[in-house]
Design a protein around this ligand. Structure first.
Ligand SMILES: [Zn+2]
Length: 174
C-alpha cells in the first residue's frame, strides 16, 4: 500500500474493463489534486489568475492539513494582491479599447446638430443636438409650433372624467 489512491485500485470480480479504467482515472485525478496542494503550485496558479482552482486547492489542503494554516494565509494574501493587480490591468485595457473604438466611430461620423449645424461626431447614437443650449432651443421651437388653448391638458382631462366639475363650471357661468 502506498499513499497514492491510484495504486490501490484493483479490478473487482466481474467488473468491466471500462468501469475499472473509470475508477483508475478518477483516482489518478484525485492524486493529482492532492499533489498540487503545495506552495509552489498554488502560487503559480494565482500568478496566472487561475483563482477559483487555487481556492479549491487551498480549501482541500486546509481540510487535510489544518496545521499548514500559516502557509495558506500567505497564499491568500498573495491571491488578494494578485486579484487587485489583474482587475486594474483589465480595467485599463477595457478603457483603452473603448477610447480607440470611440475615436474610430467619430472619424467616420458626419452627423451635425439640427439647430446650429455643428458636428456631433463624438456624441452618443441618436443624439440630435450638440449642447444643452441647442437642445432647449429645439424644444422651444417645437412648442411654438403647437397651438395654444389657454388651458392645460390636465384640467380638461379632469373635467371630462368628473361630471360634478363640469356642472359646477356651468352653474358658475350663469
Ligand atoms: Zn448645436
Amino acid at each position: 500500500m502506498t499513499g497514492k489512491a491510484v495504486d490501490n485500485i484493483k479490478p473487482l470480480p466481474g467488473e468491466s474493463y471500462d468501469a475499472f479504467m473509470g475508477r483508475a482515472m478518477k483516482a489518478a485525478f484525485a492524486d493529482l489534486f492532492v499533489d498540487q496542494q503545495n506552495e509552489e503550485h498554488v502560487r503559480s496558479r494565482i500568478k496566472r489568475g487561475d483563482f477559483s482552482y487555487a481556492i479549491r486547492l487551498m480549501k482541500d489542503w486546509f481540510r487535510r492539513k489544518p496545521k499548514d494554516i500559516e502557509v495558506l494565509r500567505g497564499l491568500k494574501a498573495y491571491l488578494i494582491q494578485r486579484r487587485a493587480e489583474l482587475r486594474l490591468a483589465k480595467a485599463a485595457y477595457a478603457r483603452t479599447l473603448r477610447k480607440n473604438r470611440r475615436a474610430k466611430r467619430a472619424a467616420s461620423d458626419t452627423r451635425v446638430c439640427v439647430v446650429c449645424g455643428k458636428s456631433i461626431a463624438h456624441k452618443r447614437a441618436g443624439a440630435e443636438t450638440c449642447s444643452p443650449k441647442c437642445r432647449v432651443k429645439k424644444c422651444r421651437d417645437n412648442e411654438s409650433l403647437t397651438p395654444k388653448t389657454g388651458r392645460s391638458d390636465k384640467s380638461r382631462v379632469m373635467e371630462a372624467h368628473n361630471p360634478i366639475l363640469a356642472v359646477a363650471k356651468t352653474v358658475e357661468s350663469q
